[in-house]
Design a protein around this ligand. Structure first.
Ligand code: DHB
Length: 524
């Protein structure tokens, strides 16, 4: 026992935690394990060299902190690198050993792996820490920023090994992912080389981050964690305001659906949901205008005109889809068959005989909610309220606690016996956010959010952005995505972007591989 205390104190003096520095791994690509895979694309054989290595010197989940580098035979030193993230549910990050699998035949048009292999792109995937990880010696090491930090460390590994890589240009890294992975991809694209991540990168022994004698951190420009572009789908982002955004947009839909008897959660009653909904919606009102985001005409986006802004984005996609598939097919899509029967067009999108159409956002919201049950309120930060839905709370908090509520409503109403929340600290959210722990929580939240870094504008923001969110996706509010789109569209560091809503897509990704990868080709 004495020995453990001594080591802990010594580790503390040296500025690292014992958990983080339990082993020291080589991060030299020359010692990566190589396997030759035989696969095919549209029936044509392709050989792929598959390398596996550690990407940090001091992993605390060595079974997950591994990187796969897949090098197809037709790739060159100037091929782009497609960097696949997982983070499904903001949670699933275990090391994948079959991103490209021996003997598989890939479709070279519709499958992103098939396209990459056909074009000779290098494919990278990796595992990392996540909020689902069990504690190590009582410490929760998977909270923010662990997932983001590990992702950045894997990117740094590639640059660190640029000479040894048999193919792939480390200045042409495109990051891609869906949902939790869409949030992670956009965060990485927005926060290249941000010093916010240096302490956590240094702690795990990521390439290119040093601790100087004066206690500051520095980053070797040759080993940066910036990327050239992103292809992201339905990002579950802006978590700090996502619960509020959800109620701001869907609050009235809920109210109507309770009246019509279409809203029913077995675990929480109407008055609890609706009082949370109203309180959260109110929080969002002040937030939107404070961001200073502008629309294409230079008008400030506020909660008073955000619905108009969202409708404008929907109009863009509707007009584009009319061109692509025509009104008749769109009407069929709206009324498509589901397991619960045929969907009904409640008038959210009406096509007139003269080729014009009318769109109604409120009816659109009802249409979405009718066929996919809305998340309860609060939609994300809800663990301390006994809501068994997603519980993103476990992304946050110090290493001592399993989770932490991450907005005002959820903090003030936390009921669980967990060492956090107003119930146990005696501090309201406002008071707590002025404490040291509160500031750390604010930083953890920021480190998950692309919007924060796009607005701050000091990081190496990726110049190329392709982002989609489906028009039939209720996993986060259209408001969250609209503000993300606005932040991308108005960012001076963004050279080219292709971001918007996607015609009647549900919560999913990679549904438009031909379109997304032909966009990518225009950049290359
Ligand atoms: C995902 C979906 C969610 O509804 C959520 O809250 C977080 C992540 C996902 O599909 O990755």
């Amino acid at each position: 026992m004495k020995r453990i205390i001594f080591l802990t104190v010594l580790a503390g003096l040296l500025g690292f935690s014992l958990n983080a520095r339990n082993t020291s791994e080589s991060i030299n690509f020359r010692s990566a394990k190589k396997t030759v895979l035989n696969v095919s694309v549209d029936g044509q054989p392709v050989k792929v060299d598959w390398y596996v290595d550690n990407y940090v010197k001091y992993p605390n989940r060595p079974q997950d902190q591994l990187i796969n580098v897949y090098v197809p035979e037709n790739s060159t030193k100037s091929s782009p690198i497609m960097f696949y993230v997982n983070n499904g549910g903001w949670i699933a990050n275990s090391y994948p050993d079959h991103t490209i699998a021996e003997g598989s035949d890939y479709n070279g048009t519709y499958d992103r792996v098939g396209v990459a292999l056909k074009e000779g792109y290098v494919v990278v995937s990796y595992g990392c820490r996540s909020r689902a990880n069990e504690p190590v010696d009582g410490s929760y090491l998977g909270h923010s920023p662990a997932t983001m930090t590990d992702t950045k460390a894997a990117i740094r590994y590639l640059r660190h090994n640029r000479k040894a890589l048999p193919a792939g240009d480390v200045e042409k890294i495109f990051i891609t992912g869906t949902s939790g992975g869409g949030a992670l991809s956009t965060l990485i694209a927005a926060s290249g080389n941000s010093p916010d991540f240096f302490p956590s990168l240094h702690e795990i022994g990521a390439a290119g981050v040093s601790l100087e004698k004066d206690g500051t951190y520095s980053s070797d420009p040759a080993c940066g964690d910036n990327v050239l572009g992103v292809i992201g789908y339905c990002p579950i982002t802006d978590l700090g305001h996502a619960c509020a955004a959800y109620e701001w947009l869907y609050g009235d839909t809920r109210r109507i659906m309770y009246i019509t008897g279409e809203m029913n959660y077995p675990f929480v009653d109407e008055s609890t949901v609706m009082s949370a909904s109203s309180a959260l919606a109110e929080q969002y009102t002040g937030y939107v205008g404070g961001l200073g985001l502008k629309d294409e005409e230079g008008n400030l986006i506020t909660s008073a005109n955000l619905k108009e802004y969202i409708s404008g984005l929907m109009h863009e996609e509707i007009a584009r889809t009319i061109e692509e598939i025509g009104a008749e097919q769109m009407q069929k899509d709206i009324e498509k068959k589901t397991r619960r029967g045929n969907r009904v067009n409640n008038g959210w999108l009406v096509f007139n005989d003269d080729g014009s159409y009318e769109y109604d956002l409120d009816k659109h919201l009802y249409y979405v909610a009718k066929y996919t049950t809305l998340k309860p309120a609060p939609a994300f930060s809800n663990k301390g309220l006994f809501v068994t839905h997603m519980n993103e709370d476990s992304l946050f908090g110090s290493a001592e606690v399993p989770y932490c509520p991450f907005n005002e409503y959820s903090w003030n109403n936390d009921k669980e016996d967990n060492g956090v929340g107003k119930d146990e600290t005696g501090l309201s959210w406002e008071e707590y956010m002025l404490t040291e722990e509160g500031r750390e929580l604010a930083m953890q939240i920021k480190m998950t959010s692309a919007i924060d870094y796009l607005l701050e504008g000091t990081s190496d923001i990726a110049p190329y952005w392709y982002v989609r969110h489906g028009m039939d996706d209720r996993d986060t509010s259209f408001a969250v995505e609209a503000l993300l789109f606005a932040a991308i569209r108005s960012n001076p560091k963004v050279a080219s972007r292709n971001v918007g809503f996607a015609w009647l897509m549900p919560h999913s990704g990679d549904y438009d591989v031909p379109e997304a990868y032909s966009w990518l080709k225009t950049i290359l």
